[in-house]
Ligand binder design. Structure first.
Ligand code: C2O
Ligand code: CU
Ligand code: CU
Length: 516
């Protein structure tokens, strides 16, 4: 593999701050945006030639869409991409060989929107809407933004090639702001910074590298053949490899998003200082949680405050704990640097409030249904790893059909050997608990023997979530009220290699007047 990153110097590029997208029109009823997916080149590191990318409006990551709660938006996501993909597409599953090679559909992750604007994987379309998928419904997406203020993100969701479209660069942040937050006096304006993290590998010539096969391919496997995971050799934040940012000795708010395909970040600061977590996927938490390290699974968002006031003149490195078995040559134990070199412009009057917001507990709701859903590993007919939800494939008929307005508990029973970040569209859920069972025993005879009592979620998970870590050998239970819209959505593992093959299932919210 001709990978170049070992030569790439760390912390030589300034952290880019993604630009905020301006609406084409804005009146009292709505804001209208147009976003074009295009191919372009962008410099990702001082010593790397500009890299070919696909992104939204010629930016990687895409521009930030920043709206007020209750301000409805329309977005026309236009595909202006070439007809050929530049990453290796495995066409051996989902009849991909019969479909146009370059297909896109944008999903706003964490959004409560109607099915026709949710970016259903089969609602894909090609350049200028020339070809459209079987579920294609409309050209302009509508987001009500009626939900709580939160950090959402948009990314591609085309069936069978999401991992490649997102890897090529199709991802960006979307912020819903709530007036209520102003009272909290959090760090804001230039002191509020998105940190969109992801990992990538590169060829010597600066082009993105994505292997065309798994690491140990068998002879009968096609080339390209989908991989069960991908871990990049460099870390990027906001589109730069190992960047640095100059900060003042004061408090900053960082909206952290893990936009990587597979990688989980285990963040900590080498200064030994703590993070103050104020928000999760679904917005502000009840109370601020002080943390020394922060696990961020793919697609999760963490809203944190870091206080640099005691570190004037110092350099603080944001590290990624690779664990005790890490390869000593692995460079991805670094993420970025904060250089506390800017003079304090004015007295920092922002706060780290102890109490943030009220969140009703769903456990008081009447539960209409409990679903036991296994996360399982198997193999396909070529002997390749195949990951499934409840032993069903994407193409199998829908089985998760909650009634509109009803409350359900989903028990995610992970009988594989690794954590899967499970994401459900449309709703925000709460984590009920996690309980360990004997995985070896399960693998012998299929029985589940608990090895401990059910544990409540971590303090920093006690909030609204749309993506949850479901660890191996545990049952992770989440509770949600399904609404506010009926129709066709999906749920899936957010490791994009798993989502594509084949850890994604349809979910149909069934209309009924029973629970309204
Ligand atoms: Cu972030 Cu269905 O996705
Ligand atoms: Cu989503
Ligand atoms: Cu998974």
């Amino acid at each position: 593999m001709d990978i170049v990153n070992k030569k790439l110097k760390k912390f030589v590029d300034a952290l880019p701050i993604p630009e905020i997208l301006k609406p084409l029109r804005k009146d009292k009823d709505e804001s209208y945006y147009k976003v074009q997916m295009t191919e372009f080149r962008q410099k990702l590191h001082r010593d790397l030639r500009p890299t070919r990318l696909w992104g939204y409006n010629g930016q990687f990551p895409g521009p930030v869409i920043d709206v007020q709660r209750g301000e409805p938006t329309h977005v026309k996501w236009e595909n202006k991409l070439p007809d050929k993909h530049f990453l290796p597409i495995d066409k051996s599953f989902h009849n991909l060989g019969e479909l146009p090679e370059v297909r896109t559909v944008t999903h706003l992750h964490g959004s409560e929107s109607k099915p026709e604007s949710d970016g259903y994987p089969e609602a894909w379309y090609t350049r200028n809407f020339r070809d459209t998928g079987p579920q294609f419904k409309n050209k302009v997406y509508h987001y009500p933004n009626h939900q709580r203020g939160a950090t959402l993100w948009y990314h591609d969701h085309a069936m069978g090639i999401t991992r490649l479209n997102v890897y090529a660069g199709l991802a960006g942040m979307y912020i819903i702001r709530d007036e209520q937050e102003k009272w909290l006096n959090l760090p804001s304006e230039e002191y509020e910074i998105p940190l969109i993290m992801m990992d990538r590998s590169f060829h010597d010539n600066g082009e993105l590298f994505y292997p065309s096969q798994p690491d140990d391919p068998q002879e009968n496997w096609p080339d390209p053949s989908i991989r069960p995971f991908f871990i990049g050799e460099t870390n990027l934040v906001n589109g730069k490899i190992w960047p640095y940012v100059e900060v003042e000795p004061r408090k900053y708010r960082f909206r952290i998003l893990n936009a990587a395909n597979t990688r989980t970040y285990q963040l900590f600061l080498d200064s030994g200082q703590s993070f103050y977590q104020i928000g999760s996927d679904g917005g502000l938490m009840r109370k601020t949680v002080k943390l020394d390290n922060l696990a961020v699974e793919p697609a999760e968002r963490f809203d944190v405050i870091i206080d640099f006031s005691k570190h004037e003149g110092e350099t603080v490195t944001l590290k990624n704990d690779l664990g005790p078995d890490a390869d000593p040559n692995d460079e991805t134990d670094d993420v970025m640097q904060f250089k506390v070199t800017l003079p304090l412009k004015s007295v920092d009057r922002s706060r780290v409030p102890r109490y943030l917001t009220r969140i009703p507990s769903l456990s008081e709701n009447k539960v209409q249904r409990i679903r036991n859903l296994k996360l399982v590993g198997s193999t396909d007919k070529l002997g390749r790893p195949l990951l499934l939800l409840d032993n069903k494939k994407w193409m199998d008929p829908v089985t998760e059909t909650p009634e509109l307005g009803s409350t359900e508990i989903w028990s995610l029973i992970n009988v594989t050997n690794f954590t899967h970040p499970i994401h459900i569209h449309l709703i925000q859920f709460q984590i009920v608990d996690r309980q360990s069972f004997d995985l070896d025993r399960y693998n012998q005879d299929g029985t589940i023997i608990f090895t401990g009592s059910a544990k409540p979620p971590h303090p920093n998970e006690k909030s609204w979530k749309d993506t949850v870590a479901a660890p191996a050998g545990q049952i992770t239970r989440v509770i949600a009220r399904f609404g506010p819209f009926p129709g066709d959505y999906v749920w899936h593992c957010h490791i994009l290699e798993h989502e594509d093959y084949d850890m994604m299932r349809p979910m149909k919210v069934i209309e009924t007047d029973k629970w309204e």
